[in-house]
Design a protein around this ligand. Structure first.
Ligand SMILES: C[S@@+](CC[C@H](N)C(=O)[O-])C[C@H]1O[C@@H](n2cnc3c(N)ncnc32)[C@H](O)[C@@H]1O
Length: 213
């Protein structure tokens, strides 16, 4: 897979990646990491966990990859990829996937609960692995995106569960709640910070655990 270190791109082969994973108690993937702030902040706090930030936007992930490089953070990796193009090196390596404030095709594939991508997420997780998704959109505030992606209306918890119906075939819901604006601060991502100062909106957190099949 292609790893970004500062402004350099390198290939990381499967064996080397597995060796790196073996040095840590846990492996966390931040899918759609954006500028990678979540990876940087958490990697600083939890040195026994490997944090991997994955995003298709190379220039974006360079931002916190550069900061990680300066701090010589060994437990932060920044990878180029997308939900549609998950590096297969990741298969069966990840304890928990975070998807924080997805947008574009990532949001579309998650809330329209597509079986192909639900299976891909299942495959990269270890046994009993979890996914935590924090998401929200408001047709009145984002009319063009809601219409372009033909997103379902999500206004309450039963809409959330309906949107995640495909997930529920191979994951169990272990937590679901509406987040208040002030709670966004704890997420430690750039978009969470932006939304905290924006208009009120529905933001939901849903945590799913892989079912043994
Ligand atoms: C609103 S930003 C949130 C970024 C970050 N998680 C945060 O909270 O600051 C959405 C991110 O999803 C990424 N994205 C869009 N489509 C994607 C896809 N199909 N797979 C992975 N990431 C995607 C975008 O490049 C962007 O960085």
């Amino acid at each position: 897979m292609i790893v970004i270190t500062g402004d350099k791109k390198n290939e990381l082969d499967k064996e080397t990646f597995r060796n790196i994973c073996g040095k840590y108690e846990k492996v966390i993937l931040d899918l759609g990491t954006g500028d990678g702030r979540f990876v940087f902040k958490n990697a600083l706090k939890n040195k026994s966990t490997l944090y991997i930030g994955l995003d298709p936007a190379e220039k974006q992930i360079q931002i916190y990859s550069k900061k990680s490089n300066r701090r010589r953070l060994k437990n932060a990796l920044y990878v180029i990829g997308s939900l549609e193009n998950l590096p297969d090196e990741l298969y069966s390596t990840v304890d928990k996937i975070f998807i924080n404030l997805p947008w574009g095709t990532l949001l579309e594939k998650i809330v329209k609960s597509n079986e192909t991508y639900t299976n891909e997420l299942f495959k990269i997780l270890k046994k009993n692995g979890e996914i935590e998704i924090i998401f929200g959109y408001v047709p009145e505030l984002e009319p063009s995106e809601t219409e372009r992606l033909d997103l379902p209306v999500i206004e309450n918890e039963s809409d959330v569960l309906k949107a995640f119906s495909t997930f529920k075939k191979i994951f169990e819901v272990i937590e679901m709640k509406r987040l208040l604006k002030d709670e966004l601060e704890k997420i430690e991502t750039t978009w969470a910070k932006k939304l905290k100062f924006g208009k009120d909106r529905f933001i939901y957190k849903i945590v799913l655990r892989k079912i043994a099949v």
